[in-house]
Ligand binder design. Structure first.
Ligand code: ZN
Ligand code: CU
Length: 497
């Protein structure tokens, strides 16, 4: 029986209450005691002196695209180093399952699902395959609309027939039965953007049958943000499902400040009893598949001017550089540069970083009580990924809690732990409480901070000294243990396997 005692710590239990001093004892992966552990030590107990640092439940990344990273990077160093012990995958309408032998879902997702290995068709198959790699952290999965639609309709710009809609719903239901936490959309992406609201309502109703979630990268996050919020709330009402708005923002300078109106609308819905939650990443730049943001017939110059390239298989030497600088250097028009990149072989896989968000809006978002934290990191480590992949959680605690005072430390931790666990159905996780799984992070609130920047994004944060996953030490003093103790989680049920 493996035992672990962490002594001499300030415990932030994840519920939002102030830290209290004590010890935490762990046995066989679960927390057995919180408080004074004097006398409970046996010979096979590993003891760690916490030196008065803060111990919190492991952070939950509610918005990840790590479906493929579980194969390509099972050590998940970029998440563990932030104190993240669980991620929610399958976001923005792209999920590793369901899968079909006829569809290359990594390609269909424009690289967002890069790394997934073939050989499975459903959630259980995916879980089995991932577990063979001994993943370092836990995984809870959404079922993606774009993925399901590609399998049933392919890349056709039309509404599904009744039979096709029935097939799509059956695929969503199969994943939910196997433990998926809900249905996700990415309504700016193909093929999701070709769907009408009715199609989404029908599929979100499947999530309702399992009391699961509908999460959405909404149809518009800029000029028509408020209309998109309206559509989202309507889908929630019609399908009677809990809606979760992903990476809430107002994109583009003319729209800055609109998040206030959007959150007011969410508050109204909450008052009327609708279930609504959100997540945000703490950066002023977004990131995604570049090809999705441009109409090649009519290239948006203003948008091109705020782009930095993250990964660009066609022109590796462009990675990390702003398009304006490359265009100047090559003495070509920026719109021609966009065309050149996107039409080159492999150019459609280009991932860009675009500076489109107002700093004030991030603070407005983080001040909202139902706002969780999600990195939205795209785990392509070859280029220069958006720094959110490495820095999101320490950045919230260092910059927005300590430096800016936007929210208190216990409240920030609640929004990274118990609120996320309750919403996304991570059973017995998200709190430091006897009986809960021992997913833990030990950090110094006075020094915790991200170090990843846009120019140098692959940097692990500072101020985290210990991360425990399911009772096993995963990271200690900068050393990844390779314990591989992550589990594949099922919505409000015991983990798989
Ligand atoms: Zn998204
Ligand atoms: Cu996303």
């Amino acid at each position: 029986m493996s035992q672990l005692t962490i002594r001499n710590v300030n415990i932030l239990d994840g519920t939002g209450t102030e830290a209290f001093y004590g010890d935490v004892t762990i046995e066989d992966g679960r927390i057995t005691g919180v408080g004074d552990a004097t006398g409970s030590v046996t010979n096979n107990t590993t003891e760690i002196d916490g030196n008065g640092l803060h111990l919190a439940p492991g952070f939950i990344d509610t918005h990840s695209h790590d479906d493929g990273a579980f194969f390509r990077h099972p050590g998940m160093e970029f998440k563990l180093a932030q104190g993240v012990t669980s991620v929610v995958t399958g976001n923005c309408g792209f999920s590793a399952v369901p899968a079909s032998a006829h569809i290359d879902s990594a390609k269909a997702s424009g690289g967002i699902l890069a790394g997934i290995q073939a050989g499975f068709t459903d959630l259980e198959g995916y879980f089995k395959a991932v577990l063979q790699n001994m993943p370092a952290i836990n995984n809870m999965m959404l079922t993606g609309h774009n993925t399901v639609r590609s399998i049933v309709i392919g890349h056709e710009q039309r509404a599904p027939t009744r039979e096709e809609l029935r097939k799509m719903r059956a695929l969503v239901e199969q994943q939910l039965e196997q433990g998926s936490c809900g249905f996700s959309t990415g309504l700016i992406y193909t093929p999701g953007k070709w769907s009408e609201t009715e199609e989404i309502i029908e599929l979100a109703s499947a999530a309702n049958q399992h009391n699961a979630l509908y999460t959405t990268h909404m149809r518009n996050e800029g000029d028509r943000l408020l209309e998109a919020v309206e559509e989202t709330l309507t889908i929630g009402q019609e399908s009677d499902v809990h809606v979760h708005i992903s990476h809430h923002k107002s994109a583009g300078q003319p729209n800055w400040g609109k998040v206030r109106a959007s959150l007011e609308r969410v508050d109204e819905a909450l008052k009327l009893g609708q279930r609504v939650t959100l997540d945000v990443y703490p950066y002023t730049a977004g990131s995604g598949r570049m090809i999705e943001y441009f109409n090649l017939e009519k290239i948006n110059r203003t948008f091109a001017e705020v782009i930095q390239l993250a990964s660009c298989a066609a022109f590796r030497h462009y990675e990390g550089r702003m398009l304006v600088d490359i265009a100047k250097e090559e003495a070509i028009d920026i719109t021609d540069l966009v065309k050149k990149i996107l039409t080159a072989p492999g150019g459609e896989k280009t991932i860009c970083v675009h500076f489109i968000i107002d700093e004030k809006d991030i603070e407005t978002n983080l001040a909202h009580a139902d706002m969780m934290v999600g990195s939205d990191g795209i785990p392509d480590l070859r280029g220069r990924p958006h720094p959110r992949l490495f820095g999101t959680f320490p950045r919230v605690l260092g910059k927005y809690v300590r430096e800016r005072g936007i929210l208190s430390l216990p409240e920030a931790v609640r929004r990274m732990t118990s609120l996320s666990a309750e919403t996304f159905g991570l059973q017995d996780r998200g709190k430091i409480q006897a009986g809960y799984w021992a997913d833990l992070v030990l950090f110094d609130p006075a020094t915790i901070i991200d170090t990843a920047t846009y120019d140098n994004p692959k940097q692990e944060p500072k101020g985290i000294s210990l991360v425990v996953v399911n009772g096993n030490i995963a990271l200690q003093n900068g050393q990844h243990s390779g314990a591989g103790a992550g589990k594949m989680l099922r919505y409000r049920r015991e983990a798989f396997g």
